[in-house]
Design a binder for this molecule. Structure first.
Ligand code: SF4
Length: 238
């Protein structure tokens, strides 16, 4: 049995366990390649794990097109959570549309309004959430566990692809004809909001194109932050 075949089987088992033991559970998809692998596994197995995405209002059109691709391919509509319009308006009126380039604090506040607060609404009332994060993606994710105790949201958090390589992800996508974001073919291995993501050069870290003007240590979107501080999420043995 190939390594990838084993990984796929193990990941399917983890997802089935989440659906069985942690209902209601949801999958937070950023519509990137890893998220498409999980989308494919969840929908093909018919698992009762709802899939949602954070529509920040600053996504690339290619990212939004993934929503249509998923609908056409699986007949499934990904649920969208958007920021509170009044919070966005107040931030823009006070700081300008692109104040996140000025200071890390301004960037984190924009992420808080457009991602963290909507995420809180998406997770309300759930027992677990699932992400497509992988250990190899960056220094900030080097210690990522498959199962964590997310004390900030008061629920379990699962990263079923934690030990997948980038090659595994693309092999799975090719083998299973999974739809994906066309930006991945244009030098964007990691995709976030349009003004905060750039293409990278061969050999650069896969997340080098995210918030490229900041130090690597501060490069998380805040989905794992509370009050501006990194949440220490506890690993749980699988
Ligand atoms: S990634 Fe950029 S545009 Fe998107 S929410 Fe964060 S700071 Fe704002």
């Amino acid at each position: 049995m190939s390594d990838l075949h084993t990984r796929v089987e193990e990941t399917g088992n983890i997802l089935a366990r989440i659906a069985r033991d942690f209902s209601p559970a949801v999958f937070a998809s950023s519509l990137a390649a890893e998220d498409m692998v999980l989308t494919d596994l969840i929908l093909k197995a018919g698992l009762p794990i709802g899939i949602f995405s954070l529509e920040t209002g600053r996504l690339h059109k290619e990212t939004l097109e993934v929503l249509d691709k998923v609908k056409a391919h699986y007949g499934y509509e990904i649920e969208l959570y958007r920021p509170q319009p009044e919070a966005v308006e107040a931030y823009v009126a006070q700081n300008g549309l692109n104040a996140f380039y000025d200071r890390v604090e301004m960037r984190k506040e924009c992420c808080r309004i457009r991602k963290v607060e909507p995420l809180g609404r998406a997770l309300a009332g759930k027992r677990a959430w699932v992400t497509g994060q992988r250990r190899a993606q960056s220094s900030t994710r080097a210690e990522l566990a498959v199962q964590e105790d997310d004390t900030a949201h008061g629920m379990a958090k699962f990263n079923p692809l934690a030990d997948w390589s980038e090659q595994d992800v693309w092999q799975y996508i090719r083998d299973n004809n999974v739809p994906f974001n066309s930006l991945h073919e244009r030098g964007y291995p990691s995709i976030g909001c349009e003004p905060c993501t750039r293409a990278i050069q061969p050999g650069e870290d896969v997340r080098a194109g995210r918030w490229w003007w900041e130090n690597p240590e501060s490069k998380e979107c805040g989905l794992h932050l509370v009050d501006g501080k990194l949440i220490r999420i506890k690993s749980v043995a699988a």
